[in-house]
Design a protein around this ligand. Sequence first.
Ligand code: ADP
Ligand code: MG
Length: 258
Amino acid sequence: MSETPLLRVEGLAKRYGALKAVDGVSFDLWPGEVLAVVGESGSGKSTLLGCVAGLAESDAGSISYDSRHDGIVDLRALSEARRRWLLRTEWGYVHQNPRDGLRLGITAGGNIGERLMAVGARHYGRIREEAQEWLERVEIEAPRIDHLPRTFSGGMQQRLQIARNLVSRPRLIFMDEPTGGLDVSVQARLLDLMRTLVTELQLSVIIVTHDLAVARLLSHRMMVMQRGRVVEAGLTDQILDDPQHSYSQLLVASILQG
Ligand code: ADP
Ligand code: MG
């Protein structure tokens, strides 16, 4: 077990005008851990994720990341180019809407191969082979490799986005409501697949969701957000069995009814 967290976030803050979208959030993420960020719509989950992943600028706080290449780096002080490089190589970011995370104008195989090329792969045959393997892994039929993702169903697009993110062997994956836009039956299949991949690849994950069932199935630890602040954090099972904060109690009660 490593002695330093993969990611340490301290006092992170982000305002939109007078609104404190993220208000002093701190947490550690350890290697191989899945952290769920839950809370109702508008509580600041996506803003937090975007700030941590460097897609949005934060106003205060610190984010340190134990990089494979450079050791511990201060993400808020990192150059834009370096942050983007991290996003392409050591990290993955799965958007709620697959259209934000895929290139719709290139084939499924191209979407996966592009990531391999970003980490240095050059051999066309091997890139195609690996793309094929990943399509199989995310349950997309082989002939689809030459099809454009815009001809795919929502669930398939989301599985392709996951393959595109995982093919380069990242160690940290950010996911923003990955099952959010999908039908319930499609969600179940995707969740199942995500759980298998996370376990097999021992991924470290921060997953944002408003769905406590998703958090329960995938995460070890959970943070409950309300109005930009973390109101409760701990082991997922513990919070779901015995929530301490009145807002977490409300959230948990609402899924027990649902
Ligand atoms: P969640 O992901 O939990 O639904 P968000 O992080 O998207 O919440 O939003 C948190 C708050 O910040 C909300 O009140 C939202 O309206 C506001 N917000 C988010 N993005 C922007 C933006 N680009 N400009 C202004 N306000 C924003
Ligand atoms: Mg959101």
